[in-house]
Each structure stands twice: as C-alpha cells, then as structure tokens.
Design a binder for this molecule. Structure first.
Ligand SMILES: NC(=O)c1ccc[n+]([C@@H]2O[C@H](COP(=O)([O-])OP(=O)(O)OC[C@H]3O[C@@H](n4cnc5c(N)ncnc54)[C@H](OP(=O)(O)O)[C@@H]3O)[C@@H](O)[C@H]2O)c1
Length: 289
C-alpha cells in the first residue's frame, strides 16, 4: 500500500484548499494534515484524514508526526519568522522519518532576474539547497503572488479612485490560491514529479492599468492607476496606520511586479485542465460578496 500524503500548514488558506482538492483525488485514509492546533481540523479528522500536531519550530515532535508519510507538502512559514530554521527542521525530520518525497511552496522568480523580495527570496534559496542536500525526491512549486491578496491591497488603496503603487506598467500574471491548490493537489496525487518544478502562475498577464479599468467598470466610477515611487507608497501606508516593516514589505511585492517577476505560464492550466481564474472573474467575485 502507498504511504500517506501529508499537507503541512493545513489550517492555513492555501493548505486547507490543497487538502480539499486532494480528497477529490485520493481516499481520505491516504491523506494527513499537520497543524499547530489540530483541533481546528476536527472536521477533516471526522472525514478520515489523519490530523496530527506539529510545529516547524519544535523539531523533537516532527519526526513522530511524519510517521508513515510518503509524500510531504511543506507550506512555507509566514514572513517575519525564522523560516530558515523552521524549514530546515521540517526537512531533517522528514528524512529521519523516512519520507520519500518533499514538495515545497517557493515564490515564482523570473529566470535571470536579480530581484529580491526581502526574506522570501533568501528563504527559498536556503530551503532549496537544504532540500537538494537531503537527497530526498524534491518537487518545487513556484507560486506567483496570490491574486486574492493583491486585490485586497489594491482595494484598500483606492478610496479616491486612484491606485498609487510602485508596480510600473509591467504585465503580471497572478493566479488564485484556489487554482494553485488544485494544481498542487494534482501533483501530490500523481507520480512522475520528482526532480521537476512547476510555476503556478496565471495563464494570462495584466497590468495595473487593466486593474484600474476593470475596477472602474465594476464600481461605476472611473479608476486610474498612477505608478508611484516606493517612498511615497510607504509614506501613504504609514499615514493609514500600517506598521513600517509591513509597508516596505508590501511595497516590495508591487516592485516585484514592476520587475517582471510574475510571467505567465501554462503549468496550472496543464495540471488542472482549464485556464486559470481571470483577473476580471476574481475582482467580480470579491465585490459581489
Ligand atoms: N504567494 C503569495 O502571494 C504569498 C502571500 C502570503 C504568504 N505566502 C506564503 O505562502 C504560505 C501559505 O500561504 P497561506 O495563504 O496559506 O498562509 P496562511 O493562511 O497564513 O497559512 C500559513 C500556514 O502555515 C502554518 N505555519 C506557519 N508557521 C508554522 C509553524 N512554525 N509550524 C507549523 N505550521 C506553521 C500556519 O499554521 P497556524 O494555522 O498554526 O498558524 C498556517 O496553517 C505562507 O505561510 C507564506 O510563506 C505566499
């Protein structure tokens, strides 16, 4: 019999959706979910998922939590934490527990680009080196910026119907967490992915000018986009009450768009058999709630 497929961060927004899509493809008794608070996943346990307690920062408990696991999805730790240590702990415990194959959620990075997203790019480089050194089978899922979080940021920034962010006019192709989760579940549920990486981005690119045009249509009030220096963006965010480290961090994600980090790919489309959710569909859906 095949071993378990475990999703870490299973209580988070991406991990939870990966588990749900996985349950559409494999029996529940082949699925395991790791969480710091397993009681939040009681409904999954009732459906037959093996729900286990584990904290990336408590290496002693991780090896036991990975017992019987064949494939592991390591969902990256949150920003502003010691993610390098966390990821190293998970990789070492997985190896000690006999896990065969680790899948890791990195951020999309354009080939040849020197752009650095603070913390994130450095974590990915470190984690991928640790994964290679582990000798385990590895699959890297390079996720674009989430289309949902991008929309949230833009929404907060348009009270005067002008979007002021440092994204230039560069095309960007973002995918939703839901599409990434479905594609990730497709990879986890099938074989032949060891040594491969997938770029889970949108299949079509858009610019911030497109975002403004669609928002204008949806709200009935013209919206414009103004490419804005990062310093002005940060100053506006501070005035709105955002903590300074967070203001620079969110600004860097727009600069990543300006640098062309999130190029379109058809990896999700090939894995899930349909085009990715469009910008218009997502903006429409989020505003109809
Ligand atoms: N591509 C993007 O645009 C983007 C945007 C934001 C974040 N990310 C990255 O993608 C990851 C997943 O995104 P998401 O939206 O699902 O984030 P999320 O909702 O914050 O979920 C993160 C998950 O990771 C778990 N986790 C964090 N630290 C842990 C630890 N020390 N031990 C065990 N579990 C731990 C959390 O567990 P708890 O529920 O116990 O806290 C949570 O389930 C994030 O953690 C971040 O690294 C990507």
């Amino acid at each position: 019999m095949s071993g378990l497929i475990m999703v870490t961060g299973a209580g988070g927004e991406l991990g939870r959706q990966v588990v749900e899509f996985l349950l559409e493809r494999v029996p529940a008794d082949r699925v395991a979910a790791l969480a710091r608070r397993p009681e939040t996943l009681a409904d999954l346990a009732e459906r037959g998922v093996s729900v286990r307690h584990g904290d990336y920062e408590e290496p002693d408990g991780l090896e036991a939590a990975f017992d019987g696991v064949e494939k592991l999805l390591l969902i990256s730790a949150r920003t502003f934490t010691d993610a390098k240590t966390a990821h190293r702990n998970v990789i070492h415990a997985a190896k000690a527990a006999g896990v065969r194959h680790i899948h890791y959620t990195a951020i999309q990075h354009r080939a040849g680009s020197a752009f650095v997203i603070p913390q994130v790019t450095e974590w990915d480089e470190y984690t991928e080196k640790e994964l290679t050194a582990s000798g385990l089978d590895v699959t890297v899922l390079r996720n674009s910026q989430y289309l949902e979080s991008f929309d949230k940021l833009i929404g907060e920034l348009a009270p005067d119907h002008v979007i002021r962010v440092p994204a230039a006019h560069t095309p960007t192709a973002l995918a939703t967490r839901g599409d990434m989760a479905e594609a990730t579940a497709a990879v986890l549920a099938t074989d032949g992915h060891a040594g491969h990486s997938y770029t889970l981005a949108g299949s079509r690119a858009f610019t911030l000018d497109d975002v403004a045009a669609i928002l204008g249509e949806l709200t009935g009030t013209p919206v414009t986009y103004q490419d804005t220096p990062i310093e002005d963006y940060v100053a506006a965010r501070l005035q709105a009450g955002m903590p300074e480290p967070w203001a620079w961090f969110t600004g860097a994600w727009f600069q990543a768009i300006a640098a062309g980090e999130f190029t379109p790919t058809d990896d999700i489309e090939r894995l899930i058999g349909r085009p990715t959710t469009s910008l218009r569909a997502l903006l429409t859906q989020q505003r109809s709630r």
